[in-house]
Design a protein around this ligand. Structure first.
Ligand code: PMV
Length: 335
C-alpha cells in the first residue's frame, strides 16, 4: 500500500460519519474530455499538469455493487476476474486504502460497464468513480462531491470528473498535497447538444493511457508546449460552454484532441492510438464540415471517435454514419 495515498485518503475520511449497509450500490457516467488531461506533475496523487473539462455520456457508464467479505472477489461484466489480471491488481491496490476505514479485510465488487472496457471509451473513469460512490453508499460516509472527486482521482485522474453528470471541470490545482485538484460541476444544461460514438475497435488497447502518458511526458519533444496550450483551451472551452457557442466549443475541442494525439505520436518509440479507420473517419468529418454541417471530433486514448453536433443536424449525421450511437447528454424535461 502506498503511504502517501493512504494518508491522503485518511484526511478525507477522518471527519465523515459511518452507517452500516450490507451492500453499497452506485452508477457513474463515463466522460469524454473536451479539453484533455494529459501529463501528471505527481504520479502518486495523480496531479495533472493542466486543468481539463469533460462532458458525461448520459446513461453510459459503470454500475457497481460492493460488499464486505474476507477475501477480494471482483466480477467484471459477469466474469470473475483472476487476481493476476490488471483489473484486479488496480482494484486491490485502490481498495487497500479503504480496508481499515471500512472495517473489511476484503470486498466483493460487481462491476458492470455498458461501454467497452479499456478501449479508450473512458471505462476506468466511470469505474473508479462508481467504486468510490459505492463505498460511500456502503459506509454512509456522506462525503461531499468535492471529496468524492478527490478520492476517485487517486484511482484514475479522469475518474474525478465522473462523479458528476453534465459538463465538469477538473481544476489543475497548485498545492503539493493535492487537495486543490478536484472536479466540480459546471452548472449549465445544453439540451441541443448531441454526442455520437463511432466505434472503431472495442478490443483492449495495447498500452494503457497511464503508461502512454508517462512515456509521452518523458520522451515527446512536443510535450513541452502541451500544458500552456491546454490551459488556454481550458479557459476558452469553459467560456464557449457558458456562451453556448457551439462552433467555438467544437473547434477548440477537436484541435485539443488532435494536438494530444500528435504529442503522443512524438513519444519515443512512437505511440499511435489511431487505426486506419480512425484516420479515414477524421477525413470524413472534415468533409462533412466543408459542406456546412458543424460536426467535430474528439478522441481519448484509443481509436474510437466521439463526435459533437447539435440536434438540428441529427438526421444528416445519422445518414452519414451507419454505425453511430447517439447520446443526449442533457434530457430536456419539457421535450
Ligand atoms: O484517467 P486516465 O489515467 O485514464 O487518463 C485519461 C486520459 C485521457 O482520457 C486521454 C484524457 C482525459 O482527460 O480523459
Amino acid at each position: 500500500m502506498n503511504d502517501i495515498q493512504y494518508q491522503f485518503v485518511k484526511k478525507i475520511l477522518n471527519s465523515s460519519s459511518h452507517g452500516a449497509k450490507e451492500i453499497g450500490r452506485s452508477f457513474a457516467p463515463s466522460n469524454i474530455a473536451l479539453c484533455k488531461y494529459w501529463g501528471k506533475r505527481d504520479d502518486v496523487l495523480n496531479l495533472p499538469c493542466n486543468g481539463s473539462i469533460s462532458i458525461s455520456l448520459g446513461e453510459k457508464g459503470t454500475f457497481t455493487e460492493i460488499k464486505r467479505t474476507n477475501k477480494d472477489v471482483f466480477v467484471l461484466n459477469g466474469q470473475i476476474m483472476s487476481c493476476e489480471s490488471l483489473f484486479s491488481k488496480r482494484m486491490t491496490s485502490f481498495l487497500d486504502l479503504f480496508r481499515d476505514s471500512c472495517r473489511a479485510p476484503g470486498f466483493e465488487v460487481i462491476t458492470t460497464n455498458n461501454i467497452p472496457t479499456s478501449a479508450g471509451l473512458a471505462s476506468s473513469a466511470s469505474g473508479f468513480a462508481a467504486l468510490v460512490l459505492a463505498l460511500n453508499d456502503l459506509t454512509g460516509w456522506e462525503l461531499a462531491n468535492k471529496d468524492l472527486s478527490l478520492l476517485a482521482r487517486i484511482g484514475s485522474g479522469s475518474a474525478s470528473r465522473s462523479i458528476y453528470n453534465g459538463f465538469v471541470k477538473w481544476n489543475m490545482g497548485k498545492s503539493h498535497d493535492g487537495f486543490d485538484s478536484y472536479s466540480e460541476l459546471i452548472d449549465l444544461k445544453w439540451y441541443e447538444l448531441r454526442i455520437g460514438i463511432l466505434k472503431v475497435d472495442e478490443t483492449e488497447k495495447k498500452i494503457s493511457s497511464r503508461e502512454a502518458m508517462k512515456k509521452c511526458v518523458a520522451t515527446s519533444k512536443k510535450y513541452q508546449a502541451w500544458p500552456k496550450q491546454a490551459e488556454e483551451d481550458f479557459h476558452n472551452i469553459y467560456n464557449a460552454i457558458f456562451e453556448k457557442n457551439f462552433l467555438l466549443l467544437g473547434q477548440i475541442a477537436e484541435a485539443n484532441a488532435l494536438r494530444m494525439h500528435e504529442t503522443i505520436r512524438d513519444t519515443v518509440p512512437s505511440i499511435d492510438f489511431f487505426t486506419n479507420e480512425t484516420y479515414e473517419l477524421l477525413e470524413k468529418i472534415k468533409k462533412i464540415r466543408k459542406n456546412g454541417i458543424e460536426v467535430f471530433a474528439t478522441i481519448d486514448a484509443g481509436p474510437n471517435i466521439k463526435i459533437l453536433f447539435l440536434d438540428k443536424n441529427e438526421s444528416i449525421i445519422c445518414n452519414e454514419f451507419s454505425n453511430i450511437e447517439i447520446i443526449k447528454p442533457f434530457k430536456d424535461p419539457n421535450a
